[in-house]
Design a protein around this ligand. Structure first.
Ligand code: BMA
Length: 311
């Protein structure tokens, strides 16, 4: 019998998971949804760590090969205990997305409180000190991801507002990274498909000559609970609300024990990607909200599946 995992376009790293709670130097419950950035020859990954108390904070991993990460002894960013962000972060900070933009490192993250999830923006120069720039959405919005360059005169981000219980991917625009508008829907759930319940942006989009390549997550609701899978989009370079391609089938689905069983079963949640010089795309993802994994595919095969061409 063929290996079940062979059905996915993304090929799992043989030694997955690459980071689990036991690799975190301080006591925690789980580690998942890490956002990578490769600078020169070093991989940095900002990790969502859920503490024993139940709320999340961020830890830092560094690596020379993108697989073996050394984790800092202490968290690098914890929920604010004073200042204007304190009341929006009392239930934790979650799902960071790290974007290099105009030579600066920005982090969009979900700030959680009794008000519900809001997007927040921070900036760092060294991954250790974070300057909070503020709340950049109203509640009910998450999966905020900054594009790595302006489109025309404006900065661009992905949004994932929940409207009428429908979670679609939107894009919004800004002149200063703080005030956002001109919001437009990009994709919505597809009835009957693996992404029939909710969709949201996952990775910082990669610029290709065919368009912005975005790996997104799609959720199907079942009587056994939600199943999170990953798919691919290609968006127009000059108008990212225009869809050029969307994969019919997922590129990664929960199949292994570490993806099927954890704090939240049946989850692969892509949270970042690194385009290597040989055009291999390493996709980092949270498995079952319990560990960090990597899977990869050549860029041209990801483009082909978005365009529904055989690769
Ligand atoms: C989403 C987010 C992610 C999580 C996923 C699966 O709504 O909360 O952080 O990985 O659900 O549980």
């Amino acid at each position: 019998m063929a290996n079940e995992t062979d059905t996915d376009l993304l090929v799992r790293y043989a030694d997955n998971p690459i980071i689990g709670a036991g690799d975190i130097p301080f006591t925690c419950n789980t580690v998942f949804n890490g956002s990578p950035l490769k600078l020169d020859d070093t991989y940095y990954i900002l990790l969502r760590v859920e503490g024993q108390h139940g709320y999340s904070l961020f830890a830092l991993g560094t690596s020379r090969d993108g697989y073996a990460f050394a984790i800092d002894d202490l968290p690098v960013m914890v929920p604010a205990d004073m200042g204007p962000m304190q009341k929006y972060e009392v239930a934790g900070i979650e799902d960071p997305r790290v974007t290099m933009l105009e030579g600066q490192i920005y982090v969009v993250y979900t700030a959680f409180s009794g008000y519900g999830p809001v997007m927040a923006l921070a900036r760092t120069e060294d991954f250790h000190e974070y300057e909070r720039l503020g709340v950049i959405s109203e509640p009910g919005n998450k999966d905020g991801i900054l594009f790595p360059r302006k489109v025309g005169e404006r900065y661009v981000r992905f949004d994932r507002p929940i409207g009428k219980d429908v979670g679609s991917i939107w894009v919004s625009f800004s002149h200063d990274l703080l005030h956002w508008g001109d919001s437009r829907v990009v994709i919505s759930p597809r009835g009957g498909y693996w992404d029939s319940y909710r969709v949201g942006g996952s990775t910082v989009p990669i610029e290709t000559k065919y368009g912005w390549l975005e790996i997104y997550h799609g959720v199907k609701m079942t009587s056994g609970g939600p199943i999170y899978r990953a798919g691919v989009l290609l968006l127009d370079l000059d108008d990212p609300s225009t869809v050029i391609g969307r994969s019919d089938v997922p590129i990664l689905a929960p199949r292994t024990d570490y993806e099927r069983i954890g704090d939240i079963n049946n989850v692969v949640f892509a949270s970042g990607a690194v385009l290597e010089p040989d055009e291999e795309v390493k996709v980092y993802y949270g498995a079952a909200d319990t560990a960090i994994c990597v899977a990869s595919a050549p860029l041209d095969r990801l483009i082909a599946i978005a365009l529904k061409r055989s690769a």
